[in-house]
Design a protein around this ligand. Structure first.
Ligand SMILES: *Cc1c(COP(=O)(O)O)cnc(C)c1O
Length: 407
């Protein structure tokens, strides 16, 4: 970390390349807005002979395009700061929270969705801020899943992380903890025996990492993954679809197959967010759907991630995929498979659709939950028997406004 490359001069010197003076000026201007920091390890993966098209270079070295702010670009497109009940916690979904326990990363990804915060060393969360976050989780019984993120939680010391995991682990209603980290990709030596020994004490613990290109699966990163998997930690991967880096069906398939070989389950493929300075990385959503078309059916089901668009404005992740239902009648559903075979599924002649009043103790399905009471949310509410809502209307609907005026 101490030897991380932070200036264009050092980058040129170490890579043995020369940028034209004029370009260099723009790079430096970009770095004043969005700083750079690359580990020597990650930089060493760059193929110097074709560095400008290199996926590692593109993810770590600034582009002059970053200063072009598009009309729809936002500093906080996912409204993570707005959906934050206490500093460092984003509570968006009913049963889980995102807990920012570190505000720094081993490598500053150029495509970071939290670009607004990159290099903002002033706001490394203090022990007090983390205690407040833990307090919020303790006082919010709906939270059964805590996702430690940041920044990168593995940039904390083993002791600090051990303390957080211990405190969160003491909360009865927290059933599972997850950590999101890119260290296996950009600083694999962080996955030490000591770290893994400590993590093992905190099961059930899941880890998601962030590989974007097969090139990143080196001997060192594979060793890091092996240590984590051997510690019994289920591993997932979240990739970001990036123009010029990995926007290719064949590449994504190779990446996911290699991940599975290393015991990492592809979890999400993200559509690139509408954060400031990322326009040059964005692809149409159609590119992602095309990629999914070439994965589902063509390779093992567990090598296929869910492709998601994280809704601008804080709507959360929306899964997107090709359509497989071709048509639908009362008795038959017409479906197509990955080969283009069109088939029919005959709906059952009889199906006893039971009225559900959420009285699980009186139901024959034998779910023994003492506490099955939950609120229906969103579309689930429209489908349910136990809630009388028949429509959802956006706030500010003009027609409803006229009705209210008349009343
Ligand atoms: C992605 C995300 C989660 C976790 O979502 P999963 O679909 O459960 O992986 C939780 N909170 C926030 C704010 C997120 O962005």
């Amino acid at each position: 970390m101490r030897n991380s490359i932070k200036s264009v001069d050092d980058f040129e010197r170490i890579l043995g390349v020369d940028f034209p003076e004029k370009k260099k000026k723009i790079f430096e201007r970009t770095l004043r807005k969005f700083p750079m920091s690359v580990t020597p390890y990650y930089l060493s993966l760059i193929d110097v002979d074709d560095f400008e098209n290199d996926p590692v270079f593109m993810q770590s070295f600034p582009s002059i395009e970053e200063l072009k702010i598009g009309r729809y670009d936002m500093t906080d497109p996912l409204h993570e700061d707005k959906d934050s009940p206490v500093p460092g916690v984003t509570h968006r979904y009913p049963d889980r929270v995102l807990f920012h326990v570190s505000n720094t990363c081993a490598m500053y990804c150029r495509h970071c969705t939290r670009k607004r915060k990159v290099g903002d060393n002033d706001c490394i969360p203090t022990r007090e801020v983390i205690e407040q976050g833990i307090e919020y989780i303790r006082n919010t019984p709906q939270v059964r899943d805590v996702l430690l993120s940041g920044g990168d939680p593995f940039l904390l010391s083993d002791d600090r992380l051990d303390w957080i995991l211990t405190e969160v682990g003491k909360i009865d209603h927290v059933e599972v903890v997850r950590i999101g980290t890119r260290t296996p990709v950009v600083l694999p030596y962080r996955i030490t025996e000591d770290l893994v020994e400590m993590l093992k004490k905190h099961h059930p613990l899941w880890i998601n990492t962030h590989f974007n290109h097969p090139r990143e699966l080196t001997a060192s990163s594979r060793r890091a993954l092996m240590r984590l998997a051997d510690a019994g930690i289920p591993l997932g991967n979240q990739s970001v679809l990036l123009a010029g880096v990995n926007d290719c069906q064949r590449l994504i398939k190779t990446l996911n197959q290699k991940l599975v070989k290393n015991r990492v389950r592809p979890y999400y493929l993200y559509q690139c967010d509408m954060s400031e300075g990322l326009s040059h990385f964005r692809t149409p959503i159609g590119k992602g759907i095309e990629i999914l078309e070439s994965l589902r059916g063509h390779t093992s089901g567990f090598s296929v991630p869910t492709y998601v668009v994280d809704a601008p404005g804080g709507g959360g992740k929306i899964p997107v995929m090709p359509n497989y239902i071709v048509s639908w009648g009362p008795n038959k559903v017409v479906l197509r498979n990955f080969e283009g075979v069109i088939t029919t599924y005959n709906e059952p002649k009889t199906y006893d659709s039971k009225y559900c009043d959420r009285e699980c103790s009186k139901c024959n399905l034998q779910l023994k939950e003492d506490d099955a009471e939950e609120n229906a949310v969103g579309i689930e509410k429209l489908l349910s028997d136990w809630d009388d809502t028949t429509s959802l209307t956006p706030r500010g609907n003009e027609r409803v406004g006229r009705r209210d005026d008349a009343a």
